[in-house]
Design a protein around this ligand. Sequence first.
Ligand code: PSV
Ligand code: MN
Length: 406
Amino acid sequence: MTDKHYALFEEQQKDRGIDLEAVKQQLKALTIETPSWGFGDSGTRFKVFEQEGVPRDPFEKIEDAAKVHEMTGISGSVAIHIPWDKVDDYGQLKQHAADHGVRIGAVNPNLFQDDDYKFGSVTNVDPAVRKKATEHLLECVDIAREVDSKVLSLWFADGTNYPGQADFRKRKQWMRECLAEMYNALDEDMRMLIEYKFFEPAFYHTDLADWGMAYNLANKLGPKAEVLVDTGHHPQAANIEHIVAYLLDERRLGGFHFNSRKYADDDLIVAAHNPYEIYLILQQIVAAKYDSDSGVALNAENISYMLDQCHNIEPKIPAMIRSITNVQSLYAKSLLVNHEVLQKAQEENDVLAAEEAIREGYEFDVTPLLHVVREEMGVPVQPLKAYKESGYGEEILKRGKGGASW
Ligand code: PSV
Ligand code: MN
């Protein structure tokens, strides 16, 4: 069945002038990191519904992430969050990941769960708190070194609830000072990704509210600092694909936290309701890969794709698999845009033809293509089905309830 459908698809793409081998290569090169915290219990401020079988420690979180990778073949690294994933021996954690066929990816400092950070961490008016926060950032650089990770992923909950509560400009400067200390501690081949978010947990202002602030900070720190775009962190109707294109053009797009949002920072399965938005974002990246400016193209090839989600009511491992395959499928579609046709339409100001050139990729059914790619990669053709049949979901039930939260 796969063969018949693929043969037709292959013919269609040939007729359109698409190099399917190049598309397949790009698909095989795609990697999407899973977040350790997405395997733990999570919820809203109203209720955390504990699930049976949730990992009890960072080692078990890695085992679950490894299962996701076994099914998808494209999620071979796991981001960790410190102190949620604090262990006595990081060498052991790194080995555990390797023993399970994955590696540790981005190290995420956590500067939002300590009482000292009530009024801010790196922006706190108290120098002692800022010092404590900076020390944690430096500790995370050491951890990254120990687990052989090259990426530090930074998000700050810092902000205020009321007008006049704090001095915006002083806080801006304090943040830069603390981050400069961290920047100077990075190894040559390490990168720090700066994530922004315009609200929550603060309600009046957030110190790094948008991509412009994150970009400015990254720019001031130096080339090892880049911007991380979390798809859940924008106001309604923000044009995320435009932000992505802008950052690519500045060669400062470091990575993504993919998830789906409708109202707040919902952290739901990627593309659960907004597949076209994710497609348009990926399409900008694909277009940048074709850019004659080698710097832009290089940036597009070096993006860290990560998921940042919490599964509150659905089983976590299959939800993670679903997110990975959703991104993979939308990426496949975005690779089917004919860039020559698009460019010609743009040059001629042919609005309808340009819009059609973009939409065309989205409208193909890429299932036969993905089946062939997975077959060639030696992973299950239908990852979710294979997971359900693997028995892993039943096996982990012995962990019981009351696993790690986040
Ligand atoms: C904040 O909302 C965020 O997106 C950051 O990436 C955090 O590290 C993560 O969520 C924690 O859940
Ligand atoms: Mn995030």
